[in-house]
Design a binder for this molecule. Sequence first.
Ligand code: DSN
Length: 409
Amino acid sequence: MNKQKIFQLITQETKRQQNSLVMIASENYASSNVLKAMGTPLSNKYSEGYPGKRYYTGNQFIDEIETAAQALALKMFGLNDKNWHANVQPHSGSSANLAAYLGLLKPGDKILALDLGAGGHLTHGSPVNFSGQLFNFVHYSVNPRTGKFNYQEIARITKREKPKMIVCGATAYTQKINFKKFGAIAASVNALMLADIAHIAGLIIAKVHPSPFPYADVVTSTTHKTLRGPRSAFIICKKTLAKQIDRAIFPGLQGGPQNHITAAKAVCFQEALSAKFARDQKQTVKNAQTLAQTLIDQGLKLVAESTENHLVLIDCQNLNLSGKQGAELLAEAAIYTNANMIPFDPATPLNPSGIRIGTPALTTRGLKDKEMKQIGQWIAQILHNPADQKLRQQIKQKVFHLTKKFPLY
Ligand code: DSN
Protein backbone atom coordinates (compact mmCIF):
# COMPACT_ATOMS: atom_id res chain seq x y z
CA MET A 1 0.00 0.00 0.00
CA ASN A 2 1.46 3.37 -0.97
CA LYS A 3 1.65 6.56 1.08
CA GLN A 4 -1.20 8.16 -0.84
CA LYS A 5 -3.52 5.30 0.05
CA ILE A 6 -2.63 5.66 3.74
CA PHE A 7 -3.57 9.35 3.64
CA GLN A 8 -6.77 8.47 1.80
CA LEU A 9 -7.66 6.06 4.61
CA ILE A 10 -6.91 8.74 7.22
CA THR A 11 -9.36 11.04 5.42
CA GLN A 12 -11.98 8.29 5.31
CA GLU A 13 -11.61 7.58 9.04
CA THR A 14 -11.86 11.31 9.81
CA LYS A 15 -15.10 11.43 7.80
CA ARG A 16 -16.43 8.36 9.61
CA GLN A 17 -15.85 10.16 12.90
CA GLN A 18 -17.60 13.28 11.50
CA ASN A 19 -20.62 11.50 10.05
CA SER A 20 -21.38 9.08 12.90
CA LEU A 21 -22.31 9.05 16.57
CA VAL A 22 -19.20 8.02 18.51
CA MET A 23 -20.64 6.51 21.69
CA ILE A 24 -17.81 4.22 22.75
CA ALA A 25 -17.41 5.24 26.40
CA SER A 26 -13.60 5.30 26.25
CA GLU A 27 -13.36 7.43 23.08
CA ASN A 28 -13.35 11.19 22.70
CA TYR A 29 -12.15 13.96 20.35
CA ALA A 30 -8.81 15.58 21.17
CA SER A 31 -8.69 19.30 20.42
CA SER A 32 -6.93 20.73 17.34
CA ASN A 33 -4.12 22.01 19.56
CA VAL A 34 -3.58 18.55 21.08
CA LEU A 35 -3.46 17.06 17.56
CA LYS A 36 -1.08 19.81 16.45
CA ALA A 37 1.35 19.09 19.30
CA MET A 38 1.39 15.40 18.37
CA GLY A 39 2.36 16.08 14.77
CA THR A 40 5.63 17.89 15.55
CA PRO A 41 9.39 17.18 15.25
CA LEU A 42 9.43 16.46 18.99
CA SER A 43 8.80 12.92 17.82
CA ASN A 44 12.38 12.86 16.47
CA LYS A 45 14.11 13.31 19.84
CA TYR A 46 15.39 10.68 22.25
CA SER A 47 15.21 11.58 25.95
CA GLU A 48 15.75 8.48 28.12
CA GLY A 49 15.75 9.55 31.74
CA TYR A 50 13.89 12.42 33.40
CA PRO A 51 14.19 16.24 33.22
CA GLY A 52 17.74 17.26 34.20
CA LYS A 53 18.89 13.60 34.19
CA ARG A 54 18.95 12.49 30.55
CA TYR A 55 21.13 9.95 28.78
CA TYR A 56 21.29 12.10 25.61
CA THR A 57 22.26 15.72 25.04
CA GLY A 58 20.02 18.29 23.40
CA ASN A 59 17.07 17.93 25.76
CA GLN A 60 16.89 21.51 27.03
CA PHE A 61 13.47 22.18 25.46
CA ILE A 62 12.11 18.70 26.09
CA ASP A 63 13.01 19.10 29.78
CA GLU A 64 10.94 22.27 29.98
CA ILE A 65 7.97 20.62 28.29
CA GLU A 66 8.05 17.51 30.50
CA THR A 67 8.46 19.58 33.67
CA ALA A 68 5.45 21.71 32.63
CA ALA A 69 3.36 18.58 31.96
CA GLN A 70 4.27 17.19 35.41
CA ALA A 71 3.29 20.45 37.12
CA LEU A 72 0.02 20.68 35.20
CA ALA A 73 -0.84 17.06 36.00
CA LEU A 74 -0.70 17.91 39.71
CA LYS A 75 -2.49 21.23 39.25
CA MET A 76 -5.48 19.55 37.54
CA PHE A 77 -6.18 17.66 40.76
CA GLY A 78 -5.29 20.53 43.11
CA LEU A 79 -2.15 18.75 44.38
CA ASN A 80 1.17 20.27 45.48
CA ASP A 81 4.60 18.92 44.57
CA LYS A 82 5.66 18.69 48.22
CA ASN A 83 3.49 15.63 48.83
CA TRP A 84 2.77 14.33 45.34
CA HIS A 85 4.75 13.36 42.26
CA ALA A 86 3.67 13.03 38.62
CA ASN A 87 5.25 10.77 36.03
CA VAL A 88 3.97 11.72 32.57
CA GLN A 89 5.95 9.15 30.59
CA PRO A 90 3.69 6.03 30.56
CA HIS A 91 2.69 5.23 26.99
CA SER A 92 -0.64 3.68 27.98
CA GLY A 93 -2.93 2.88 30.88
CA SER A 94 -1.67 -0.70 30.78
CA SER A 95 1.98 0.29 31.18
CA ALA A 96 1.00 2.76 33.93
CA ASN A 97 -0.72 -0.03 35.89
CA LEU A 98 2.12 -2.49 35.35
CA ALA A 99 4.64 0.12 36.50
CA ALA A 100 2.64 0.71 39.67
CA TYR A 101 2.52 -3.02 40.45
CA LEU A 102 6.18 -3.66 39.58
CA GLY A 103 7.40 -0.51 41.30
CA LEU A 104 5.56 -0.96 44.57
CA LEU A 105 5.20 -4.76 44.92
CA LYS A 106 7.07 -7.98 44.26
CA PRO A 107 5.90 -10.53 41.65
CA GLY A 108 3.61 -13.02 43.38
CA ASP A 109 2.21 -10.46 45.83
CA LYS A 110 -1.52 -10.47 46.39
CA ILE A 111 -3.64 -7.70 44.84
CA LEU A 112 -7.41 -7.22 45.22
CA ALA A 113 -9.21 -5.69 42.23
CA LEU A 114 -12.56 -5.53 40.47
CA ASP A 115 -13.46 -8.60 38.43
CA LEU A 116 -13.17 -8.04 34.66
CA GLY A 117 -16.71 -9.33 34.10
CA ALA A 118 -18.09 -6.81 36.59
CA GLY A 119 -16.37 -3.87 34.91
CA GLY A 120 -12.68 -4.23 35.83
CA HIS A 121 -9.83 -4.04 33.30
CA LEU A 122 -7.52 -6.64 31.75
CA THR A 123 -4.65 -5.15 33.76
CA HIS A 124 -6.61 -5.70 36.97
CA GLY A 125 -5.45 -9.31 37.11
CA SER A 126 -6.96 -11.08 34.12
CA PRO A 127 -5.20 -14.44 33.64
CA VAL A 128 -4.55 -13.58 29.97
CA ASN A 129 -2.73 -10.36 30.97
CA PHE A 130 0.74 -9.93 32.49
CA SER A 131 -0.90 -8.55 35.63
CA GLY A 132 -2.65 -11.86 36.27
CA GLN A 133 0.40 -13.87 35.29
CA LEU A 134 2.89 -12.00 37.48
CA PHE A 135 0.77 -11.24 40.54
CA ASN A 136 -1.64 -13.16 42.72
CA PHE A 137 -4.91 -11.35 42.00
CA VAL A 138 -8.12 -11.94 43.91
CA HIS A 139 -11.30 -10.15 42.91
CA TYR A 140 -14.35 -8.38 44.27
CA SER A 141 -17.51 -7.86 42.27
CA VAL A 142 -20.73 -5.85 42.46
CA ASN A 143 -23.91 -6.75 44.33
CA PRO A 144 -25.81 -9.08 41.95
CA ARG A 145 -29.13 -7.45 42.86
CA THR A 146 -28.16 -3.77 42.58
CA GLY A 147 -25.20 -3.89 40.17
CA LYS A 148 -23.39 -1.56 42.60
CA PHE A 149 -20.42 -1.98 44.95
CA ASN A 150 -21.19 -3.39 48.38
CA TYR A 151 -18.42 -1.78 50.44
CA GLN A 152 -19.07 -4.00 53.46
CA GLU A 153 -18.54 -7.05 51.29
CA ILE A 154 -15.34 -5.57 49.81
CA ALA A 155 -14.12 -4.88 53.38
CA ARG A 156 -14.93 -8.48 54.34
CA ILE A 157 -12.99 -9.89 51.35
CA THR A 158 -10.08 -7.56 52.19
CA LYS A 159 -9.93 -8.78 55.79
CA ARG A 160 -9.99 -12.39 54.59
CA GLU A 161 -7.44 -12.03 51.76
CA LYS A 162 -5.10 -9.43 53.29
CA PRO A 163 -3.84 -8.12 49.92
CA LYS A 164 -0.74 -5.94 49.62
CA MET A 165 -2.63 -3.61 47.28
CA ILE A 166 -6.26 -2.78 46.47
CA VAL A 167 -7.11 -1.53 43.00
CA CYS A 168 -10.24 0.55 42.58
CA GLY A 169 -11.33 1.74 39.18
CA ALA A 170 -13.36 0.33 36.33
CA THR A 171 -14.10 0.39 32.63
CA ALA A 172 -17.81 -0.42 32.78
CA TYR A 173 -19.13 0.68 36.18
CA THR A 174 -21.91 3.28 36.03
CA GLN A 175 -21.90 4.52 39.63
CA LYS A 176 -19.69 6.92 41.60
CA ILE A 177 -16.72 5.23 43.28
CA ASN A 178 -16.34 6.01 46.97
CA PHE A 179 -12.55 6.38 47.13
CA LYS A 180 -12.71 7.43 50.78
CA LYS A 181 -14.27 4.08 51.69
CA PHE A 182 -11.74 2.20 49.57
CA GLY A 183 -8.97 4.12 51.37
CA ALA A 184 -10.30 3.07 54.77
CA ILE A 185 -10.64 -0.55 53.61
CA ALA A 186 -7.04 -0.58 52.32
CA ALA A 187 -5.76 1.03 55.53
CA SER A 188 -7.52 -1.64 57.62
CA VAL A 189 -5.00 -4.24 56.37
CA ASN A 190 -2.12 -1.87 55.64
CA ALA A 191 -2.53 -2.33 51.90
CA LEU A 192 -1.54 0.20 49.28
CA MET A 193 -4.41 1.72 47.33
CA LEU A 194 -4.22 2.20 43.59
CA ALA A 195 -6.99 4.19 41.92
CA ASP A 196 -7.23 3.59 38.18
CA ILE A 197 -9.19 6.65 37.05
CA ALA A 198 -8.72 6.17 33.29
CA HIS A 199 -12.43 6.48 32.54
CA ILE A 200 -13.36 9.21 35.00
CA ALA A 201 -10.29 11.50 35.15
CA GLY A 202 -12.09 14.37 33.42
CA LEU A 203 -15.12 14.02 35.70
CA ILE A 204 -12.87 14.14 38.77
CA ILE A 205 -11.05 17.26 37.55
CA ALA A 206 -14.43 18.96 37.00
CA LYS A 207 -15.56 17.80 40.46
CA VAL A 208 -18.56 15.88 39.16
CA HIS A 209 -17.03 12.71 40.60
CA PRO A 210 -15.28 12.37 43.99
CA SER A 211 -11.48 12.55 43.89
CA PRO A 212 -9.18 9.63 44.82
CA PHE A 213 -6.85 12.18 46.49
CA PRO A 214 -5.69 12.07 49.25
CA TYR A 215 -6.88 8.48 49.87
CA ALA A 216 -4.91 6.71 47.14
CA ASP A 217 -1.18 6.03 47.33
CA VAL A 218 -0.94 5.87 43.58
CA VAL A 219 -3.30 6.97 40.82
CA THR A 220 -3.04 5.86 37.20
CA SER A 221 -4.95 7.22 34.23
CA THR A 222 -5.07 7.32 30.49
CA THR A 223 -5.26 10.77 28.91
CA HIS A 224 -7.65 10.22 26.00
CA LYS A 225 -10.99 9.26 27.55
CA THR A 226 -13.01 11.87 29.48
CA LEU A 227 -9.72 13.80 29.75
CA ARG A 228 -9.79 14.38 25.95
CA GLY A 229 -6.04 14.38 25.33
CA PRO A 230 -3.59 12.33 23.26
CA ARG A 231 -3.64 8.54 23.41
CA SER A 232 -1.39 8.05 26.45
CA ALA A 233 -1.25 7.96 30.26
CA PHE A 234 0.25 9.28 33.50
CA ILE A 235 0.83 8.24 37.09
CA ILE A 236 0.51 10.40 40.21
CA CYS A 237 1.86 8.97 43.45
CA LYS A 238 2.73 10.03 46.95
CA LYS A 239 6.11 11.76 46.92
CA THR A 240 7.52 9.00 49.12
CA LEU A 241 6.89 6.49 46.29
CA ALA A 242 8.26 8.68 43.47
CA LYS A 243 11.60 6.89 43.04
CA GLN A 244 9.97 3.45 42.85
CA ILE A 245 7.42 4.62 40.28
CA ASP A 246 9.97 6.50 38.15
CA ARG A 247 12.35 3.54 38.11
CA ALA A 248 9.55 1.16 37.17
CA ILE A 249 8.68 3.28 34.12
CA PHE A 250 12.29 3.98 33.12
CA PRO A 251 14.44 1.91 32.93
CA GLY A 252 11.99 -0.76 34.15
CA LEU A 253 9.36 -0.89 31.43
CA GLN A 254 10.01 1.78 28.84
CA GLY A 255 12.84 3.40 26.90
CA GLY A 256 12.62 6.93 25.52
CA PRO A 257 9.47 8.94 26.28
CA GLN A 258 7.34 10.04 23.35
CA ASN A 259 8.10 13.75 23.54
CA HIS A 260 5.47 14.84 21.02
CA ILE A 261 2.87 13.06 23.15
CA THR A 262 4.26 14.63 26.34
CA ALA A 263 3.76 18.05 24.72
CA ALA A 264 0.21 17.07 23.73
CA LYS A 265 -0.44 15.97 27.33
CA ALA A 266 0.73 19.37 28.58
CA VAL A 267 -1.69 21.06 26.14
CA CYS A 268 -4.53 18.76 27.20
CA PHE A 269 -3.83 19.31 30.93
CA GLN A 270 -3.90 23.08 30.36
CA GLU A 271 -7.22 22.75 28.54
CA ALA A 272 -8.59 20.63 31.39
CA LEU A 273 -8.11 23.58 33.73
CA SER A 274 -10.54 25.73 31.73
CA ALA A 275 -14.12 26.59 32.69
CA LYS A 276 -15.34 25.15 29.38
CA PHE A 277 -13.79 21.77 30.18
CA ALA A 278 -15.58 21.71 33.54
CA ARG A 279 -18.89 22.65 31.89
CA ASP A 280 -18.45 19.90 29.31
CA GLN A 281 -17.76 17.27 31.98
CA LYS A 282 -20.94 18.25 33.85
CA GLN A 283 -22.86 18.02 30.59
CA THR A 284 -21.28 14.60 29.88
CA VAL A 285 -22.89 13.20 33.04
CA LYS A 286 -26.18 15.03 32.38
CA ASN A 287 -26.22 13.61 28.85
CA ALA A 288 -25.58 10.07 30.15
CA GLN A 289 -28.43 10.47 32.64
CA THR A 290 -30.83 11.76 29.97
CA LEU A 291 -29.80 8.88 27.71
CA ALA A 292 -30.28 6.37 30.56
CA GLN A 293 -33.78 7.66 31.36
CA THR A 294 -34.78 7.62 27.69
CA LEU A 295 -33.59 4.02 27.28
CA ILE A 296 -35.49 2.97 30.42
CA ASP A 297 -38.62 4.79 29.20
CA GLN A 298 -38.29 2.87 25.95
CA GLY A 299 -38.33 -0.45 27.81
CA LEU A 300 -34.63 -1.27 27.89
CA LYS A 301 -32.96 -2.73 30.98
CA LEU A 302 -29.83 -1.03 32.35
CA VAL A 303 -27.30 -2.51 34.75
CA ALA A 304 -27.83 -0.67 38.09
CA GLU A 305 -30.89 0.93 36.45
CA SER A 306 -29.14 4.31 36.32
CA THR A 307 -25.88 6.12 35.78
CA GLU A 308 -23.87 8.57 37.85
CA ASN A 309 -21.06 9.03 35.33
CA HIS A 310 -20.41 9.09 31.59
CA LEU A 311 -21.70 5.67 30.60
CA VAL A 312 -24.67 3.35 30.59
CA LEU A 313 -24.66 -0.42 30.29
CA ILE A 314 -27.63 -2.04 28.53
CA ASP A 315 -28.49 -5.58 29.65
CA CYS A 316 -29.66 -7.33 26.46
CA GLN A 317 -30.74 -10.56 28.15
CA ASN A 318 -34.46 -9.78 27.76
CA LEU A 319 -34.02 -8.77 24.11
CA ASN A 320 -33.78 -11.24 21.27
CA LEU A 321 -30.10 -10.56 20.69
CA SER A 322 -26.66 -10.61 22.26
CA GLY A 323 -24.70 -7.47 23.12
CA LYS A 324 -22.45 -8.10 20.14
CA GLN A 325 -25.38 -8.39 17.75
CA GLY A 326 -26.90 -5.25 19.28
CA ALA A 327 -23.68 -3.23 18.89
CA GLU A 328 -23.37 -4.40 15.27
CA LEU A 329 -26.97 -3.39 14.47
CA LEU A 330 -26.34 0.06 15.97
CA ALA A 331 -23.13 0.37 13.92
CA GLU A 332 -25.19 -0.21 10.74
CA ALA A 333 -27.00 3.00 11.66
CA ALA A 334 -23.64 4.76 12.29
CA ILE A 335 -24.10 4.64 16.07
CA TYR A 336 -20.84 3.23 17.43
CA THR A 337 -20.87 1.47 20.83
CA ASN A 338 -19.26 -1.73 22.11
CA ALA A 339 -20.44 -5.12 23.26
CA ASN A 340 -19.54 -5.57 26.91
CA MET A 341 -19.78 -8.13 29.68
CA ILE A 342 -22.43 -7.39 32.29
CA PRO A 343 -21.95 -8.47 35.93
CA PHE A 344 -22.39 -12.25 36.31
CA ASP A 345 -22.79 -12.57 32.56
CA PRO A 346 -23.84 -16.09 31.57
CA ALA A 347 -22.46 -15.43 28.05
CA THR A 348 -18.85 -15.38 26.84
CA PRO A 349 -16.53 -12.33 26.64
CA LEU A 350 -16.51 -12.63 22.82
CA ASN A 351 -20.30 -12.56 22.63
CA PRO A 352 -21.39 -10.89 25.88
CA SER A 353 -24.86 -9.78 27.01
CA GLY A 354 -24.29 -6.06 27.37
CA ILE A 355 -23.83 -2.92 25.28
CA ARG A 356 -21.71 -0.12 26.78
CA ILE A 357 -22.63 3.38 25.65
CA GLY A 358 -20.82 6.58 26.61
CA THR A 359 -21.44 10.29 26.13
CA PRO A 360 -17.95 11.94 26.33
CA ALA A 361 -17.31 12.26 22.58
CA LEU A 362 -20.79 13.53 21.67
CA THR A 363 -20.65 16.04 24.52
CA THR A 364 -17.32 17.36 23.21
CA ARG A 365 -19.10 17.94 19.88
CA GLY A 366 -21.77 19.96 21.66
CA LEU A 367 -24.73 17.55 21.74
CA LYS A 368 -27.05 18.07 24.70
CA ASP A 369 -30.20 16.65 26.33
CA LYS A 370 -32.50 17.19 23.33
CA GLU A 371 -30.17 15.20 21.06
CA MET A 372 -29.65 12.52 23.75
CA LYS A 373 -33.40 11.91 23.93
CA GLN A 374 -33.54 11.52 20.16
CA ILE A 375 -30.52 9.20 20.08
CA GLY A 376 -31.93 7.11 22.97
CA GLN A 377 -35.12 6.61 20.96
CA TRP A 378 -33.18 5.55 17.86
CA ILE A 379 -31.11 3.07 19.91
CA ALA A 380 -34.25 1.56 21.45
CA GLN A 381 -36.02 1.32 18.07
CA ILE A 382 -33.06 -0.52 16.55
CA LEU A 383 -32.65 -2.95 19.47
CA HIS A 384 -36.39 -3.69 19.63
CA ASN A 385 -36.57 -4.35 15.87
CA PRO A 386 -33.45 -6.35 14.94
CA ALA A 387 -34.99 -7.66 11.71
CA ASP A 388 -35.78 -4.19 10.36
CA GLN A 389 -32.89 -3.27 8.09
CA LYS A 390 -34.85 -0.43 6.46
CA LEU A 391 -35.28 1.22 9.87
CA ARG A 392 -31.50 1.16 10.40
CA GLN A 393 -30.92 2.78 7.00
CA GLN A 394 -33.51 5.47 7.79
CA ILE A 395 -31.88 6.17 11.16
CA LYS A 396 -28.45 6.29 9.52
CA GLN A 397 -29.72 9.12 7.28
CA LYS A 398 -31.06 10.94 10.35
CA VAL A 399 -27.72 10.44 12.14
CA PHE A 400 -25.97 11.97 9.12
CA HIS A 401 -28.22 15.05 9.24
CA LEU A 402 -27.75 15.42 13.00
CA THR A 403 -23.96 15.17 12.86
CA LYS A 404 -23.82 17.83 10.10
CA LYS A 405 -25.08 20.33 12.72
CA PHE A 406 -22.08 19.56 14.98
CA PRO A 407 -18.95 19.86 12.82
CA LEU A 408 -15.65 18.48 14.00
CA TYR A 409 -12.39 20.48 13.82
N1 DSN B 1 -10.20 -0.16 26.12
C1 DSN B 1 -10.57 0.68 27.22
C2 DSN B 1 -12.04 0.80 27.36
O1 DSN B 1 -12.70 0.76 26.34
O2 DSN B 1 -12.57 0.93 28.45
C3 DSN B 1 -9.93 0.27 28.47
O3 DSN B 1 -8.58 0.09 28.25
